[in-house]
Write a protein that binds this ligand. Structure first.
Ligand code: PLP
Length: 440
């Protein structure tokens, strides 16, 4: 049988390029300046919270591989379920057809989401989940014959990298080349502690009768620098939005499935969103899948004898059975007693470590929500995403076998829920070493 390894072994090893070199010859990586980036690190396998490098080194994955992993890598239970599904039905068109994993998953999601969520629309990832929510919101008003065009969002928000998702994200250097192509959005500052009243006053003036939707990452703005705010002020913003008739979109792509200590960040709120976006942890980090859910009222606005009221949106891999099965398996694990204990345990460990962090002269604004712990590094000129403290911290920790990926001067730990106390302690110790280094 012809395999890659037999092909490679026929080359003298001295001239056979490394995997990283072959990568560099053909691949363009995300969020990466290819001219200056070091060669990528080949990973050959992973288990629990540990990534195994081709060179024998190991890395503790303290960012859950870009916030997607919940229960550890290559989880045997998820693997078994997906593998069975792969032999049964790998994919089928989702217009005019359906299958059990999609229906089971929709039923189970609706049973754990806020009670006002009534329908599930599948897509591929977090950005598409947001695109779908925005299109549902705009077309809702269109179908009612009362078009509304305005969107209100939070400064520093991140909702994905496709155009609609980018448009409602906070404007930054990342979106600058595309600014002329993004639709107009009104921004209010994130209502961080101390700023609540100012933000609410501004919000009162912005929530007018032409606002189609208000979109927010509830309680934690992820990519914007792990900015955290309280449920109480978000409830008040939701009330203001509601008063103007605006729809509300909760982007729980990052916060969903236990990350914030509760199943959803929305579970901390009294007011409930009309639309919700899920992805990342949805499949336990195994496969790409996106979900947009909505209320019955929104769904009903698309029911008509008039075909033009249809939501004309879909993706080739909508509701892929393998991804839905991975999500079902991940849900079993997420809802288990063991995960509940792990969420509490990691939360407690983070809280204890916060005390240590708060004593460092180079740390400011230590903040935590559930299994997510973040703080700012305060050294000279440390405030831009592009500053070099980010690279210093990233490399320092990586050298010590810890994968963390600072957002500018913001460092955070977002471990898979299976991470042991010993692993957490090891990660904390390396962070302490970094702080010592930086305070010299
Ligand atoms: C990551 C993220 C997205 C985009 O998800 P992708 O799967 O990367 O497209 C959207 N919203 C939030 C809050 C996110 O954290």
């Amino acid at each position: 049988m012809l395999s890659n390894s037999t092909l490679n072994s026929s080359l003298p090893s001295s001239i056979s390029p490394s995997l990283a070199e072959r990568d560099k010859a053909v691949i363009w990586h995300p969020f990466t300046q290819m001219q200056t980036a070091p060669l990528p690190i080949p990973i050959v396998r992973a288990e629990g919270s540990v990534l195994y490098g081709a060179d024998g080194r190991t890395y503790l994955d303290m960012i859950s591989s870009w916030w997607v992993n919940l229960h550890g890598h290559a989880h045997p239970y998820i693997a078994e379920r997906v593998s069975q599904q792969l032999r049964t039905l790998e994919h089928v068109i989702f217009a005019g057809f359906t299958h059990e994993p999609a229906v089971d998953l929709a039923e189970r999601l609706l049973s754990i989401l806020p009670a006002n969520q009534a329908k599930v629309f599948y897509s591929d990832n977090g950005s598409t989940a947001v695109e779908v929510a925005l299109k549902m919101a705009f077309q809702y008003w269109h179908n009612l014959g009362q078009p509304r065009r305005k969107v209100v969002a939070l400064d520093g928000a991140y909702h994905g990298d496709t155009f609609g998702a980018m448009a409602v994200g906070g404007r930054s250097a990342f979106s600058a080349p595309f600014a002329p192509f993004l639709f107009d959005v009104d921004y209010i500052p994130a209502p961080v502690p101390g700023q609540e009243e100012t933000v609410l006053q501004l919000a009162e003036t912005l929530f007018t009768a032409d606002v189609a939707a208000f979109i927010a990452e509830p309680l934690v703005q992820g990519s914007g620098g792990m900015v955290m705010y309280e449920p109480d002020v978000l409830d008040k913003l939701f009330q203001l939005a509601r008063r103007s008739g605006s729809l509300i979109i909760a982007d729980e792509v990052m916060t969903g499935f236990g990350r914030t200590g509760r199943l959803f960040a929305s579970d901390y709120l009294q007011e409930k969103a009309d639309l919700m976006c899920l992805s990342k942890g949805l499949t336990g980090g195994t496969m790409a899948l996106g979900v947009t859910t909505c209320t019955q009222t929104i769904y009903d606005a698309f029911l008509s004898d008039d075909k033009l009221k249809t939501l004309f949106h879909g993706h080739s891999f909508t509701a892929n059975p393998l991804a839905c099965t991975a999500a079902l398996a991940s849900l079993d694990l997420t809802l288990s007693e063991e995960t509940k204990l792990n969420l509490k345990r990691i939360g407690d460990q983070h809280t204890a470590f916060s005390q240590t962090l708060a004593q460092s002269s180079v740390v400011a604004n230590v903040r935590q929500r559930g299994t997510l712990l973040a703080f700012n590094l305060v050294t000279e000129g440390a405030t831009s995403y592009f500053n070099n403290i980010r690279d210093v911290a990233y490399n320092f920790l990586l050298e010590r076998g810890i994968l963390m990926r600072p957002l500018g001067n913001v460092l955070y730990l977002m471990p898979p829920y299976c991470t042991s106390d010993e692993q957490l302690q090891y990660a904390y110790e390396q962070v302490e070493e970094l702080l010592k280094e930086l305070s010299q």
